[in-house]
Ligand binder design. Structure first.
Ligand code: ADP
Ligand code: MG
Length: 227
C-alpha cells in the first residue's frame, strides 16, 4: 500500500466574497504519509480550517490538484468523493458536532449507520473504542451530560469507528484544559502507530512540538518545521 495518503500540488485558493476576493493560499505543495502526526499552525484567519476542508475534499482548490491515494480528486464524481470521505477520512471539529438527541453510544455508531454497516459488530467495536478512551461508563449519557473533554473524546471515538486512513482535526483541544489536551494528543500518537495520518490544527505550542513536524501557514504559503 502506498505510503502517501494525500498529496497537495500547487494549490491556489481564493474566496470571492461580496466583490472582494480573499487569497488564502498562493501555492501549496505537500503530502501526508501513513504514520505521520502533523501539527497545522498559523494565526487565526490564515487558512487552517480552509486547508482541512480541502483535505477532506469538502472544498475545492481554485487552482492546483489534490490527489487521494494517487487519484486526482478533481476527476472524482460527487458520490465518489462522498464514498471516499466515508471510508477513509475522519474529521474532528472544535465544537465536536455531537448529536444532542442521541446518547454517546449512538453518536459513536452514527458513521456506521450512515455507511449501512453491520450494527451488531459495530456495537461491540464502539464499546471497545469507548473503553480505550476511558469513557465507556458514559455510553448511555447524552452529550449535554458530559464535560468538554468527555465530549471531545466521544467525537474522537466516532472518528475511529470507521477506521479511516486520514484523520483531520480542527483545533480539537481548543476548548480543553491542558491535561485533557495531552490525553487527546496521546490518542493521536496511538493512531500514528496504527499507520494512519493525523493532521491537527492547533495554537498549542507544546503539542505542536511533540508532533512529527509542523506545517505552519504564513501569508498564503506553508513551511515545514521540525516538531
Ligand atoms: N466560505 C468562505 N467565504 C469567504 N471567505 C472565507 C470562507 N471561508 C474562509 N474564508 C476566509 O478565508 C480566510 C481563512 O479562514 P480560515 O480557514 O477559517 O482560517 P483559520 O482556520 O486559520 O482561522 C479568512 O480570511 C476567512 O475569512
Ligand atoms: Mg479555523
Amino acid at each position: 500500500m502506498s505510503k502517501k495518503i494525500i498529496e497537495i500540488k500547487n494549490v491556489y485558493k481564493k474566496f470571492i466574497h461580496q466583490n472582494n476576493s480573499i487569497e488564502v493560499f498562493k501555492n501549496l505543495s505537500f503530502s501526508l504519509k501513513r504514520g505521520e502526526l502533523v501539527a497545522l499552525t498559523g494565526p487565526s484567519g490564515s487558512g487552517k480550517s480552509t486547508l482541512l476542508h480541502m483535505l477532506a475534499l469538502l472544498e475545492r482548490p481554485s487552482k492546483g490538484n489534490i490527489f487521494f491515494f494517487g487519484k486526482d480528486s478533481e476527476k472524482l464524481k460527487e458520490n465518489e468523493k462522498d464514498n471516499l470521505r466515508r471510508s477513509s477520512i475522519s474529521i474532528i471539529f472544535q465544537d465536536n458536532n455531537l448529536l444532542n438527541d442521541f446518547n454517546v453510544l449512538e453518536n459513536v455508531l452514527m458513521p456506521m449507520v450512515i455507511k449501512n454497516g453491520n450494527l451488531k459488530e459495530s456495537k461491540s467495536k464502539a464499546y471497545q473504542i469507548l473503553k480505550e478512551l476511558k469513557i465507556k461508563d458514559r455510553s448511555n449519557h447524552y452529550p449535554n451530560q458530559l464535560s468538554g473533554g468527555e465530549q471531545q473524546r466521544v467525537a474522537i471515538a466516532r472518528s475511529l469507528i470507521t477506521e479511516s486512513d486520514l484523520i483531520l482535526a480542527d483545533e480539537p483541544t481548543g476548548n480543553l484544559d491542558y491535561k485533557t489536551s495531552v490525553e487527546i494528543f496521546s490518542l493521536f500518537t496511538k493512531f500514528k502507530k496504527l499507520n494512519k495520518a493525523i493532521i491537527f490544527a492547533t495554537h498549542n505550542r507544546d503539542l505542536a512540538k511533540k508532533s512529527d513536524y509542523i506545517l505552519r501557514i504564513s501569508q498564503g504559503n506553508i513551511k515545514r518545521y521540525n516538531g
